[in-house]
Design a binder for this molecule. Sequence first.
Ligand SMILES: *Cc1c(COP(=O)(O)O)cnc(C)c1O
Length: 376
Amino acid sequence: MISFNVPAYTGAEDKYLKEALVSQKLSGDGPFSKKCQAWFQENLPAYKTLITPSCTAALELAALLIDIQPGDEVIMPSYTFVSTANAFVLRGAKIIFVDIRPDTMNIDENLIEAAITPKTRAIVPVHYAGVGCQMDKIMAVAERHDLYVIEDAAQGMMSSYEGRHLGTIGHLGAFSFHETKNYTSGGEGGLLIINDERFSERAEVIREKGTNRSQFFHGMVDKYQWIEVGSSYLASEMQTAYLWGQLEHVNAINNARIASWDFYLHRLQPLADTGRIKLPFIPEGCTHNAHMFYIKTSGLEERSALIDYLKEKQISAAFHYVPLHTAKAGQRFGLFHGEDRYTTLESERLVRLPIWYGLTPEAQDEVVRAVNEFYM
Ligand SMILES: *Cc1c(COP(=O)(O)O)cnc(C)c1O
């Protein structure tokens, strides 16, 4: 059986997990959390980064930081994971969905401005498959209308847009270290990226349950207390010790994934040339991290048949998001602005092939052969 995903594991995690275990410091903001944060701050680079228990938590923290109030509107694509919307729905916002571009499955940057109303507070671009949205245009629209931009870069670690790391371009950004992403902190985890220093101090308060505990530990106040609404958005040392083992091999993981991605692209090109399938597109100015390799079939029926066929051949493939505006909660909390020209149509065509750190060319060859057989 060729798995669809296997969590990244380098072997370096063991010793750091052991180190964390015997250190008797397991809760948040310990040595491994600090090392990971410093690594991201230096290498992305970013003004400040905070390790969180998940990307979901980082997005929730971002929604608190920009003070989303009931009735505020937040613009995002409908083709995304539920957490992108939930983070703002939790604060009472109304979600305004905008159509995607069929080539990248990212929000169509040219449709955002028309969806802005006096209630709009933020734009949340999602960098699907680790391929950057057109951030220059999005930032310009945000600036014109005085809006915040929060990048859902859950899939975007090691990807860039015009030379800048995804997640570091908007006011705030978020990564995921869930086991399905390129790098994991032992199953669950995330990162909030703070690119605007205005948010720095309050971010630490909110993630420390609304207390000024962090200032207390830095000797800036003589006792700590509850100063505003907050939650617990800290990751344990077991998570960050695991992540540290992955950061040590950050390029090995990235290079291996890119080699797998290129293998698929090259080997499936003939099938694309005959018009049977469509292959992913990387816009100029974007470097990507091979988070995902997908092909597009002619539609829902062919996609289901292909996934079933691959399953018979012991190959696990998957489709992706059911557009949020068509889901029960999406209808309750959101509204699709304009025409759904591509979101539903393109989402129904997409099939994701196995890609993970350690996937062998032999296994990939099997996948390619099975896809070709299906279309024969
Ligand atoms: C994975 C993912 C999330 C959620 O990440 P968690 O770390 O599981 O909370 C959010 N948005 C997108 C686009 C994702 O792919």
